[in-house]
Design a protein around this ligand. Sequence first.
Ligand SMILES: C[S@@+](CC[C@H](N)C(=O)[O-])C[C@H]1O[C@@H](n2cnc3c(N)ncnc32)[C@H](O)[C@@H]1O
Length: 238
Amino acid sequence: MNEMNLSKRLKRVADFLPKDAVFADIGSDHAYLPCYAILHQKAVKAIAGEITDGPLQSAKQQVHKLELDEQISVRKGNGLEVIEQGEVHAVTIAGMGGALIANILKDGKHKLTGDERLILQPNIHAYHIRLWLYQEGYELIDEVILEEDGKIYEIIIAEKGDRDKAYQGMSKEAGMLVGPYLAKKQNDVFRRKWMQELQHTEKIESQIKKAAPTDENKERQKELQAKIIILKEVLTVG
Ligand SMILES: C[S@@+](CC[C@H](N)C(=O)[O-])C[C@H]1O[C@@H](n2cnc3c(N)ncnc32)[C@H](O)[C@@H]1O
C-alpha cells in the first residue's frame, strides 16, 4: 500500500472529505491518507498527527519524498492536541479500536468548534463512537461497512445536528451497536459480521450458564442475553 494505491478502507474514508477540505488525520502512520487526499484533489491541506516516533518519522519522510511539505504538516502529539481550534473542516481517525477513537474525541473535545465533519473508521467496537457522538449532539450522516483482506471495517460520518435522526424507527441501543444506516441496508458484509457475532455471543452465554452462579456471572449472562435479543431482532432471526 502507498499514497497512490491506498487501501479500499482508507479510500472510502477519503471519499467523505468535504470539498476543498483542510483536514486532520489523527494517528497517521506514513501519512498515506493525507498524501492520497492531496494528490487526488480530495483536500487542499492536511495535518498528519502522530503520537509515536516511528510512524511520525515515516509520515515526515513520505510527505517530503512526495514534495507535499507545503500542503501537509506532520505534527507530533496526542490526539487532537496537534490542531488549533477552527483550523480544520474535517477530522479523520482510522484503523483503531472504537474505544480509543472515542477517547481521542473526548480528550480533544475542546479543540473542536462543532463545525467539523468527523470521519471515523473503527476496526472494532464502533458502539463507543456512536455513543459519544450521540451524547455530544452529533448527527450520523452516513455509515459504511466493508471487507478487505478478510477483515471487516466500519466508517462513521458525523456532523453536529439532529442526533436522533438516524435512529428513527429503531431502538437506540440496537442502532448504537450495529449502526442505524447499516442496519437499514443490511448488506452481505453486515449480515455476515453480526450473524457471526450472534453465534459467538450465544456460545459464551451457554458456557456462562453452566459456570458457577456468581453475581459476576449472573450479571454477565444478563448482558449477553440482552445482546442476543438485540441481534436477533436486528437480523430478524428466531
Ligand atoms: C493502526 S495505526 C492506523 C494508521 C492509519 N490511520 C490507518 O488507518 O491505516 C494507528 C496509529 O495511530 C497512532 N495513535 C494511536 N493513538 C494515538 C493518539 N492518541 N494520538 C495520535 N496518534 C495515535 C499510532 O501510533 C499508530 O501509528
